[in-house]
Design a protein around this ligand. Structure first.
Ligand code: ZN
Ligand code: ZN
Ligand code: ZN
Length: 415
């Protein structure tokens, strides 16, 4: 390790937030009052949509509205937000203690209804929907979590027919999605913390040794460092070396990293509930700089950098998501490399790794301050190598607000 890179590593180690930092920041920033405000916005959205209720199973919507990260298990856990009255959480008795500890429940903003092993939770859902339905009008319908398992959905629909005669179901994302898409200042602070934390991992990996190690070994180091930097979950560690760098979603394998390999390093996790996700590209030379980057690779990398910058420069309130994609694509197309950039430019990020808004042709959603998403163009030569640059950004009041700050140049690592 050179003096310079040792210096950088030390500087970043000093800036590393440390174990549990994400959770601590989340608890400090988002309290019961924030959940009460979100729940009331959700109830307004239910009324605006002309629905009787929205029904949310475990997952990001429930977490967003209550702070409760329900386990993904076979027993039903369901948050019912009716058009009228208080939200209800229907929860298995054995998980009631855990659910009751979540901020919205502790704050008294959600009533818990528990059920035993031989009770019918689906009848409880139907009863809660009926009790909170729209007054003075026939039952109209409910919205349900997009990712609700069939085992729940089929039985909920049957129970609603039996108890409440509701036949229409639609996707909850149409009702709740627009609330989650625009991040509050507190959520933006958590995303910023996630970005800082993941940057320290990029710095550590790119200033360490790579030659002769397996992709799996580097991925293991990434996961350890993500946790050490305050992430509660290390969700993914893509280490694509050599030809594997041309496969955008390659994870990691037993392939040994060799001199002359390009590496696409795409890593991220969950920090205080919110996702981090960044990609940097690396070229590994021999210990004495043997097998430097090829002219072809350097030329494509410069095109990629300009593409990334063009998309960043384009971000501001009022422009469409698809125009950000077009800005990135125009640069790569003009260089004759368009066919090698075959994925969208980015995805929204928040409580989920991938969520609205997607930065893709056809998405005419206009950016507003608080939208959070990735900008990640890539150029891939099948069977040879590839490169990608990815940052998470917020749409600021007048321009882009980048949440990743490691240098966007090609990282040339000797040995
Ligand atoms: Zn991806
Ligand atoms: Zn990524
Ligand atoms: Zn991404």
């Amino acid at each position: 390790m050179s003096n310079r890179s040792a210096e950088i590593t030390a500087a970043y180690a000093a800036a590393t937030p440390g174990l549990g930092a994400g959770h601590a920041l989340e608890a400090k920033l988002i309290g019961p009052a924030a959940y009460a405000a979100r729940l009331s916005a959700a109830r307004d959205a239910v009324n605006d949509a002309g629905l009787d209720a929205v029904l949310l199973g475990f997952g990001a919507d429930m977490r967003y509205l209550t702070g409760y990260a329900a386990p993904a298990l076979e027993r039903l856990t369901m948050l019912v937000i009716p058009a009228n009255g208080a939200p209800t959480l229907i929860v298995p008795r054995l998980e009631a203690g855990m659910a009751g500890d979540a901020p919205a429940m502790r704050g008294g903003h959600v009533a818990c209804v528990t059920f035993g092993e031989t009770d019918d939770p689906f009848a409880l859902v139907a009863t809660a929907v009926k009790a909170g339905g729209r007054p003075g009008s026939a039952a109209r319908g409910v919205a349900v979590s997009d990712r609700l398992w069939s085992t729940f959905l089929i039985r909920i629909e049957a129970a609603l027919r039996t108890h409440g005669s509701i036949t229409q179901t639609q996707l909850a994302s149409h009702v709740i999605g627009k609330l989650r898409m625009v991040k509050s200042a507190e959520e933006a602070a958590l995303l910023r913390g996630a970005g800082r934390a993941v940057d320290t991992v990029v710095m550590a990996i790119t200033s360490g040794k790579l030659l002769g190690r397996t992709e799996n070994d580097v991925a293991r180091e990434v996961r350890e460092r993500l946790n050490g930097a305050g992430h509660e979950v290390s969700s993914f560690a893509i280490v694509g070396s050599g030809p594997n760098s041309a496969s955008p979603h390659h994870e990691a394998s037993s392939r040994v990293i060799d001199a002359g390999d390009a590496i696409v390093l795409d890593i991220g996790g969950v920090f205080g509930g919110y996702g981090s996700d960044t990609t940097r590209s690396i070229w590994v030379t021999g210990l004495n700089g043997e097998v430097p980057p090829t002219d072809d690779y350097l030329r494509r990398y410069e095109v990629l950098k300009r593409s990334h910058q063009a998309a960043m420069d384009h971000v501001r309130p009022g422009v469409s998501c698809e125009s950000v994609d077009a800005a990135a694509r125009a640069v790569i197309d003009a260089a004759g490399e368009g066919a090698r950039f075959f994925h969208r430019t980015g995805h929204g990020i928040g409580l989920e790794e991938h969520e609205d808004p997607y930065i893709v042709a056809g998405n005419t959603t206009k950016l507003v301050p608080g939208h959070a998403f990735s900008i990640e163009p890539g150029i891939y030569v099948e069977g040879v190598n590839g490169a990608r640059i990815e940052d998470i950004v917020l749409c600021g009041d007048s321009a882009v607000d980048a949440l990743n700050h490691t240098k966007r140049d090609l990282y040339v690592v000797a040995g």
